[in-house]
Design a protein around this ligand. Structure first.
Ligand SMILES: [Zn+2]
Length: 511
């Protein structure tokens, strides 16, 4: 390619990102000619088809949603000659749109939006299996773009999504996109959700097809739903044999892409608020230069395509009819935490314990998906706080089991999160100089736990099934109470009418 043509191609990119780091003013290392390719990316949209308030900015301006996304994607696409729009999974779960039928498919609305925006390729996340395998297959069938998973196979050994990778030709650059989902998928789902599917370790799947993809392409992108830590581990193992990892799952806002082991890693937060943009200069089968950023998708700046706006309005009206009812007033902000007690977690756990008639209730912090400002509480808020169809369960265990659970919970707090929110139980713990968590005192109903006594515990079917991660013991004779936690809490909120909730030190760390 002639120098003038190359400069011409660079010009719009230069205009778009003069302020960005890592860019070398048209002179590429080794003097190689190359072509810039732009990768636009999202991940973990979690049903956020509408804008949500940006609570970290004064006035909470609305950010994101598909109307805004459509505008920003089109704007970026117009600026460049060659682009791909990718999503790294978990578009499902987080708003009732994922439960409503559209085109005969539960959650089909999300795919309808992605079709309208013209996504080029998508990989699936764990939450895209929340309605079980059959619905996932229907969502895949609805998608107008390839859904890529190179490490998930059906009974006959075929790729579950139909394809493991896709090759796109953008100008002179052939781009291979390989989709990957974490091998530990079943651990994130209710039992039986992916029965019959075989999930291969991510690296084994890549090794199996990498030479084949490499021979056909100039740029290789892994589109992953494994989390940023696992992305870095993969980068170390692959050391420059792929070029880019577009990730998801950990909801990490990587403001500027990082390069690890000669692989550029990016991720765009969560909840359909940011559009990731990564520009790579591809020359001689590798990335000669790159730069990138996260673009906040401000709703007020966006002029959406009418088709997107109309579809969003349809869903908004439908969801408002079904879930718009105000059922209570919240006097104090509800916040959530995965590292310690939260007033929202405690309030939910307290109601679970009451409904189940149990001594103790526990639920995973990760199952609580939204904080809420004081004000009116709508049915929709509870749907968004507890978007899973988890069922309330009850079982009996010994005091010894409860002590194991508490130790496990204190250990999780030290380990940086993922603790259970609790009710009925109260304990103190401290960090030993060694860094270990030491539990000092455990009470149930105001009296010390007795190891040989039996206690009734309420929880979710999800945490009971994944007891090895949460409980530290295996619960026996788990009884389903036939009501989802979302429904039980909706009823409890309605009954309470006015809610004030506090952190009362039930999991107190002594310093
Ligand atoms: Zn995920």
């Amino acid at each position: 390619m002639g120098r003038s043509k190359q400069l011409f191609l660079l010009f719009p990119v230069l205009l778009a990102g003069l302020a960005l780091a890592g860019f070398s003013c048209g002179k590429e290392p080794g003097g190689q000619a190359g072509q810039w390719v732009t990768i636009l990316h999202t991940n973990d949209m979690h049903g956020k088809y509408l804008a949500t308030p940006a609570g970290w900015i004064d006035g909470n301006p609305p950010i994101g949603g598909f109307a805004a996304a459509n505008f920003y994607v089109d704007r970026e696409r117009r600026e460049v000659e060659r682009s791909l729009l990718l999503d790294a999974g978990d578009f499902m779960t987080g708003n009732p749109i994922c439960d409503l039928e559209y085109d005969g498919v539960q959650g089909g609305g999300m795919v309808a939006f992605m079709n309208l925006l013209g996504y080029d390729a998508v990989c699936l996340g764990n939450h895209d299996f929340d309605h079980k395998r059959k619905v996932t297959s229907q969502l895949i069938a609805m998608a107008e773009m390839p859904i890529l998973l190179a490490n998930v196979f059906d009974e006959s050994g075929r790729f579950f999504t139909g394809k493991g990778y896709e090759v796109f030709t953008l100008g002179d650059v052939r781009v291979g996109v390989i989709g990957l989902l974490m091998e530990s998928l079943p651990g994130y789902l209710r039992a039986g959700s992916v029965d019959g599917l075989r999930i291969e370790p991510e690296l084994a799947a890549i090794e199996r097809i990498l030479d084949e993809v490499d021979a056909r392409t100039d740029l290789i992108i892994l589109l992953t739903h494994v989390g940023v830590d696992a992305d870095e581990v993969m980068a170390e193992a692959l050391e420059g044999r792929v070029d880019v990892i577009v990730g998801g799952h950990s909801h990490t806002r990587i403001e500027e892409p990082v390069r690890r082991h000669r692989i550029v890693i990016c991720q765009a937060g969560a909840n359909n608020r940011y559009l990731g943009r990564l520009d790579v200069l591809v020359a001689g089968d590798s990335v000669a230069s790159y730069r990138g950023q996260l673009i906040p998708m401000w709703r007020s700046e966006a002029e959406p395509d009418p088709r997107v706006a109309i579809l969003a309005k349809q869903f908004d009206q439908q969801i408002d009819e079904l879930y718009g009812e105000v059922i209570a007033e919240l006097k104090t902000d509800w916040f959530r935490s995965s590292e310690g007690e939260s007033n929202l977690g405690s309030w939910i756990a307290d109601r679970m314990r009451e409904v189940a008639g149990a001594d103790v209730a526990v639920l995973n912090s990760g199952g609580i998906r939204k904080s809420l400002r004081q004000g009116w509480i709508k049915v929709l808020d509870i749907q968004e706080i507890l978007p899973f169809d988890n069922v309330l369960v009850r079982f009996e265990c010994t005091g010894k089991d409860l002590l194991a659970l508490v130790r496990e919970n204190a250990r999780a707090a030290v380990g940086g999160g993922g603790i259970l929110q609790v009710s009925g139980i109260r304990y103190c713990w401290r960090r030993a100089p060694s860094g270990e968590a030491v539990v000092e005192r455990v009470e149930v109903g105001g009296v010390p736990v007795r190891g040989d006594r039996m206690y009734v515990v309420a929880s979710l079917d999800y945490t009971a099934a994944h007891w090895d991660r949460y409980f530290g013991f295996e619960p026996r004779n788990v009884e389903s109470l036939g009501v989802t936690v979302t429904q039980a809490i909706t009823d409890a909120v309605r009954e309470a009418a006015v809610i004030e909730s506090v952190v009362d030190g039930r999991m107190e760390e002594m310093r």
